[in-house]
Design a protein around this ligand. Structure first.
Ligand code: 4AD
Ligand code: MG
Length: 474
């Protein structure tokens, strides 16, 4: 089928020539005006049926949700609301739609409702915009790294190591269920001859490649069996993990900041129609909220603000003091009071710093070692590690990373303290025996950057088929 995409028509309208398009009917009015969308752009195209060009029988079968192939001439529109339209010459109905039962009616649906219709929600304006932005972001990520001489590597999805040491892994096994329930499972008899799981991060393997290729990145699915049913956590999500040899923590923070800014600019340049649509949607939604809950900046302004302002960088200890001395803390407005140095910040604290105190993206670095993973480089104070988290307004943590511990003795000591078996990570320790170098990296949660760019509030609405506790439909 030699079809024109609706986007191509908008990009360079070719008047008075016959063209063929294919798409799904978004609306059908007065037996005459078809709003057709083919997913290539947020914009529909209006197809007008003039009297007696098309058989009654065919017109009767056109309804919302059906798929059509339309041949016609592109002409200047007589009506308002569009500058051109297609004057229909031929229509072929490819697939009728039971329009009465079609879940996606031309009206507002709640996101909760649409999650149950995840196979059809892509035919709404909102979801098609979100998913086009998601796709463009993925491309922008590869472009950024490719332009900056990074090598793209594929780290394993099935693994025998717990990179984050948090024990939140999904087991992969072919052992019989009944046997698993008994206490002594012999994993040497399992498919891989050892206990294996779905990966929580490709970082450890990425480190091995950085110490040979220089700068590398992974971009793949990661899996976490943490039982956190929040609007920002998914059990299956995508993560981008660059890893750079000869980078210290400052280099790492610089890269994270310029990477995020590049992606935001990339989306402004490539997805403006979708951003405008989502922006308007959010403005409408916002106007229904009480005044004090409305946002200061709209979506596009927020993206531009983030590109144009330097991220604030503070150490954990500085952030801790700010939080501890804040009126919020003193007046007990936090659910978790900030009292003792060393405890992890909750998302309410992160939001306070980003949204109330600094009013800017913030990078917090040098966290207490006790609350961070084993691979982070220990500072001379022996209490903090060279960790960094990038926090965004409305999102919280978008990036987590660190400079890695490159000293064999220090790393071994840390692993010991955290009960991580050296035998399992012998290859990781080898890196520190043979030509170790300072190196750093971070992980960007892909869905979180999609949330930021689209203004969507729930991670379930920025990934096609979300997996969350008690939910793996479709
Ligand atoms: O902070 P995390 O756990 O860091 C790592 O996994 C490191 N190995 C990364 C590295 O240094 N190479 O996760 C990184 C990011 C978080 O900042 C967050 O954006 C996202 O991944 N993330 C999640 N996104 C969705 N659902 C979840 N359950 C997530 N857990 C983490
Ligand atoms: Mg983290």
């Amino acid at each position: 089928m030699d079809l024109k995409k609706i986007k191509q028509i908008y990009d360079s309208p070719d008047y008075n020539n016959s063209i063929i398009i294919g798409g799904w009917v978004r609306a059908f009015r007065a037996n005459r005006f078809i709003e057709l969308n083919d997913g290539s752009t947020i914009k529909n195209i209006q197809c007008v049926i003039l009297d007696s060009t098309i058989e009654e029988g065919i017109i009767k079968r056109i309804s919302v949700g059906c798929s059509l192939k339309v041949k016609g001439k592109l002409v200047e529109s007589q009506g308002k609301g569009q500058s051109f339209e297609i004057r229909v010459e031929e229509i072929e109905i490819l697939g009728e739609s039971d329009s009465e039962n079609y879940p996606i009616q031309p009206k507002k649906h709640s996101f909760e409702f649409l999650r149950d219709q995840a196979h059809l929600r892509i035919r709404t304006s909102t979801f098609s915009s979100v998913m086009r932005i998601r796709s463009n972001l993925a491309f922008g990520i590869h472009k950024f790294f490719n332009d900056n001489n990074f090598n793209y590597i594929h780290t394993p999805i099935i693994t025998s190591n717990d990179a984050e040491g948090a024990g939140e892994m999904f087991r992969v096994t072919t052992i019989d269920q009944n046997e698993i329930q008994s206490k002594e499972v012999d994993y040497s008899k399992d498919f891989f001859g050892k206990k294996t799981s779905l990966t929580v991060s490709g970082q450890l393997e990425a480190e091995t490649y950085a110490l040979g290729l220089g700068n590398v990145y992974t971009f793949g699915p990661t899996f976490r069996a943490e039982n956190s049913n929040t609007s920002r956590h998914a059990s299956e999500f995508w993560m981008i993990e660059p890893e750079m040899a000869f980078y210290d923590l400052n280099d790492n923070m610089d890269l994270a900041e310029s990477f995020l800014k590049y992606l935001l600019q990339y989306i402004l340049d490539s997805c403006l129609d979708d951003l405008n649509f989502l922006d308007e949607r959010l403005v409408k939604e916002d106007s229904q909220k009480p005044k004090n809950e409305r946002s200061d900046l709209n979506l596009i302004e927020k993206i531009k603000f983030t590109i144009n302002n330097k991220f604030v960088r503070v150490s954990y200890s500085e952030a801790f003091e700010i939080l501890r001395n804040s009126n919020y803390n003193k007046k007990k407005k936090f659910n978790f009071k900030i009292e003792e140095w060393g405890s992890d910040f909750q998302s309410e604290h992160e939001r306070f710093l980003v949204e109330k105190h600094f009013k800017s993206p913030v990078i917090i670095y040098d966290y207490p070692s006790k609350i961070k993973a084993f691979y982070m480089r220990l500072n001379d104070d022996k209490k903090t590690v060279r960790a960094m988290d990038v926090l965004f307004p409305g999102i919280g943590e978008i990036i987590g990373g660190s400079q890695r511990e490159e000293r064999l003795d220090v790393l071994k000591k840390r692993m010991n303290e955290m009960d991580i078996d050296e035998k399992d990570l012998w290859w990781y320790l080898d890196l520190r025996k043979y030509g170790t170098v300072p190196h750093s990296g971070f992980g960007l949660g892909f869905e979180r950057i999609v949330m930021f760019c689209t203004g969507m509030q729930n991670i379930r609405d920025v990934i096609p088929y979300p997996r969350t506790p008690k939910n793996a439909s479709f």
